[in-house]
Design a protein around this ligand. Structure first.
Ligand code: PLP
Length: 354
């Protein structure tokens, strides 16, 4: 099938096959990756290599820690506030995930919107000259790709306070300048692996500002100081991330994958733009996501018919998020150009039949 699910989502077929082939005997241990100790040399070698390959792919400087955590993106909504919200936290509110992060962090103190597109159904990315940053702002928090609404920051803002970014739905889909951020995190279940691990990239100088007295499992310092093995890490997920990261290197790295992703997205956006208004994109054109293409048809009845016929043609996962309705095609790294072409062909055909 062609899998357009929003997350968990399609994984690269060669990686799935590799994981299958390696599953019973990890690195000549005679045991599966899910059976070996996380304190073993074989595990440590794999985790170290995962960090190394992520560092190469993203050019992560030495003064950043790479850590692995559990609890999903939603745990990070709370955790960044627990660690760093002391005076006030500023939020670039561009979708339901940043909205939730702002609410979760408010448990620890004052939060406010630096900019927001909420009044316009989160259909665009605010311009930097509209930002309102208050004094004593501890950090500014943003979401690089808004999975539900299909918008994405095309370039990242430059601000005078530490910048935190949730990259869950476009992690490793394009090059980013890590030094522009003090903290990046990503739940891996869209581009990089199975649900169960969050990759954190955190600047050493920020770690000095972690709130004192936090319970160990809430503190980023615990994960950094113990090389992500304070407790049992999600071994299988980290192993899977390792294999996906190597696959990405074989594809030519992030510049190459970015070009491929742009080509895939253009197939669908060209179809929307050439449909004489039959398909209406949700996102403003200058804010369009290369990962999640969101659109509506003239009526909810036609949308239901569209999704049903797409599913019958093995085009899976096209229904929009429950909060927004409409349709959404998620075209993460592992989704092929062939899949996007098949969907574009179906969209053209469906329109002609109405
Ligand atoms: N952040 C983004 C951008 C997301 O797309 C999602 C889920 O889709 C989340 C956070 C929440 O992640 P989780 O379900 O792992 O808590």
């Amino acid at each position: 099938v062609f899998n357009f699910n929003a997350g968990p989502s399609a994984m690269p077929l060669p990686v799935l096959q590799q994981v299958q082939a390696e599953f019973l005997d990890f690195d000549h241990t005679g045991m599966s990756i899910v059976e070996i100790s996380h304190r073993s040399a074989a595990y440590q070698k794999m985790q170290d290599d995962t960090v190394a390959v992520l560092r190469r792919l993203m050019q992560i400087p030495d003064d950043y820690h790479v850590i692995f955590m559990q609890g999903g993106g939603s745990m990070q909504f709370l955790m960044h506030g627990a660690n760093f919200l002391k005076h006030r936290g500023g939020y670039l509110n561009t979708g339901i995930w940043s909205d939730k992060a702002m609410k979760a962090a408010s448990y620890y103190g004052e939060v406010y919107e630096v900019a927001s597109s909420k009044a316009d159904h989160f259909s665009y990315i605010p311009k930097e000259d509209t930002f309102m940053v208050k004094p004593d702002t501890d950090y500014i928090y943003m979401t690089s790709n808004n999975t539900v609404h299909g918008t994405q920051w095309q370039t990242f803002p430059h601000v005078d306070v530490p910048l935190f970014c949730d990259m869950s739905s476009d992690f490793l889909s394009r090059p980013v300048v890590v030094t522009n951020f003090d903290f990046i995190y990503a739940g891996v279940q869209k581009n990089v692996g199975p649900a169960g691990v969050v990759v954190g990239i955190i600047k050493d100088s920020l770690l000095k500002h972690v709130r004192e007295g936090l319970p160990d499992m809430l503190s980023y310092r615990t994960f950094a100081d113990h090389d992500s093995t304070y407790n049992t890490p999600p071994v299988f997920c980290i192993y899977f991330v390792n294999r996906v990261a190597h696959w990405l290197e074989e594809q030519g790295g992030l510049t190459a994958i970015e070009a491929r992703n742009a080509k895939k997205a253009a197939l669908l956006y060209d179809c929307i733009d050439g449909s004489d208004g039959f398909y209406r994109g949700h996102a403003a054109k200058d804010s369009r996501s290369v990962m999640n293409v969101t659109f509506n048809l003239p009526t909810p009845e036609l949308e239901a018919k569209f999704v049903a016929e797409a599913t019958a043609r093995d085009l899976i996962g096209i229904k929009g998020h429950r909060s927004l309705g409409g349709c959404r095609a998620s075209i993460y790294n592992a989704v092929t150009e062939e899949a996007c072409q098949a969907l574009a062909d179906f969209m053209n055909e469906f329109k002609k039949k109405q």
